[in-house]
Ligand binder design. Structure first.
Ligand code: HEM
Length: 403
């Protein structure tokens, strides 16, 4: 029988949450790529009975699905993100996207650069003298939360409270068991209820006294004379927390994890800091924070020669597509020399990640500051990394570092 676990995480409500049976151990979760390589060669498009969904492993097929929202829907049945932009199809998605785009411009992101630098320096100052830190706890976790709070206009006095509940929203399951996932789902539900109530209050305040923040902009923005409802502004705020925090945390952590695994790359970046944006792109391709994206077929379709009936769940394995030898030369090599890097880690097409410029900027600032503050970044010998047990998120729970 199919087990369907309820969860409020953006990425985890695409399909039921059971991990693929092929990727079960911690070691495989930490490095699933050989398994993806073999699945891509042997069963590029396949139906998995245990999870009741289709898996798609090749770049060309994943790209085709993401590019065709007419055939592959993003709408989901339930969950916190129901009614959010991520789970909408056109024409509603197009309207909503145009609207939030106005408030979430590259310029708004660029204006945050100083703040990102300031917060990164502050966070590293707390651990600088210690010689060791857990990167997730000390930098990669707090940085995105603090920046989103800033973007949304959360008053400084509420930041701690806000972080506590945001952490609950993105906390992973303790292990791979069904019970652990149920407990995680319950905690996330409570966290999201709290944040919704919290944002409701801020929305009411901003309606009366607008400020220069994203919430005020969203409340004021209009398309064809139509404003967003309070409920829509609310679900957008929660989406930003869910979709933007854990992902950016994992981008920073995965990039630093790679640098501890490959001293050569660390050295190349350290001696040529302008290469950092390339390092971030290659880390996105190589260790993608979201390894899979889900869709539901809107009619009978053919993918990679297989016929898929209407209403089926399709999981697009970005982590596999990003290493497809048909698309990338030497896909299993991490290199700062790629001229083009069309990875799919931020998705593709109409749902392409709205937060990509912000995530890239935060990662670039974090890596630049780490490399210029510490003469070396090393993993701690004897500590085995623990993968986040999720079929959709790719990351580690902690990254102990010596510097
Ligand atoms: C959409 C990944 C950071 C906001 C997406 C999608 C992916 C993604 C794969 C497309 C999902 C789909 O097609 O169903 C990532 C990664 C991030 C990141 C890997 C960090 C490295 C952020 C941040 C924010 C954000 C920082 C906001 C502050 C969004 C929003 C959407 C989205 C609003 C929905 C766009 C739409 O449906 O039109 N993200 N994201 N993301 N992301 Fe991100």
């Amino acid at each position: 029988m199919t087990q369907v676990r309820n969860s409020t995480s953006a990425v985890e409500q695409y399909a039921n949450l059971i991990p693929m049976s092929e990727i079960a151990s911690n070691a495989d979760q930490l490095f699933p790529f050989p398994i993806f390589n073999s699945l891509r060669q042997n069963t590029p498009v396949r139906y998995d009975e245990a999870r009741s969904c289709w898996d798609v492993f090749r770049y060309e097929d994943v790209h085709y699905i993401l590019k065709n929202p007419k055939l592959f829907s993003s709408e989901r049945g339930s969950g916190t993100l129901q009614g959010s932009i991520l789970t909408m199809d056109p024409p509603r998605h197009t309207k909503m996207r145009n609207l939030v785009n106005k408030a979430f411009t590259p310029k708004a992101v660029k204006d945050l650069k100083n703040k990102i630098e300031e917060v990164t320096l502050y966070l590293l100052d707390q651990v600088k003298e210690k010689g060791t830190m857990d990167l997730v706890h000390s930098l990669a976790g707090p940085l995105p939360v603090i920046i989103i709070a800033e973007l949304l206009g959360v008053p400084a006095k509420d930041r701690d409270l806000f972080k506590t509940y945001s952490d609950v929203l993105v906390a992973g399951a303790k292990d791979n068991s069904n019970e652990a996932f149920q407990r995680m789902a319950q905690k996330r539900k409570e966290g999201s209820e709290f944040l919704k109530e919290y944002f409701k209050k801020i929305i009411l305040e901003r309606k009366v006294n607008p400020e220069e923040d994203l919430i005020s902009l969203l409340l004021a923005a209009k398309i064809d004379g139509e404003k967003l409802t309070e409920e829509e502004v609310l679900s957008f705020c929660v989406l930003l927390l869910v979709a933007g925090n854990e992902t950016t945390t994992n981008l920073i952590t995965n990039a630093v994890r790679y640098m501890t695994e490959d001293k050569n790359i660390q050295e190349q970046a350290r001696t040529n800091l302008p290469l950092i944006p390339k390092l971030v792109e290659e880390a996105l391709r190589f260790y993608p924070p979201i390894q899979a994206i889900g869709r539901v077929t809107k009619e009978q379709v053919k993918v990679g020669g297989k016929t898929i009936q209407k209403g089926e769940q399709v999981i697009c394995w970005v982590a596999s597509a990003n290493r497809d030898e048909q698309k990338f030369t030497e896909p299993n090599r991490f290199t700062l020399e790629r001229k083009l890097n069309p990875h799919l880690s931020f998705g593709f097409g109409i749902h392409f990640c709205l937060g990509a410029p912000l995530a890239r900027l935060e990662a670039e600032v974090a890596l630049l500051t780490l490399l210029s503050t510490f003469a070396k970044l090393e993993g701690v010998k004897g500590t085995e990394l623990e993968a986040i047990p999720s079929p959709f998120v790719f990351g580690v729970k902690r990254l102990p570092l010596k510097f």
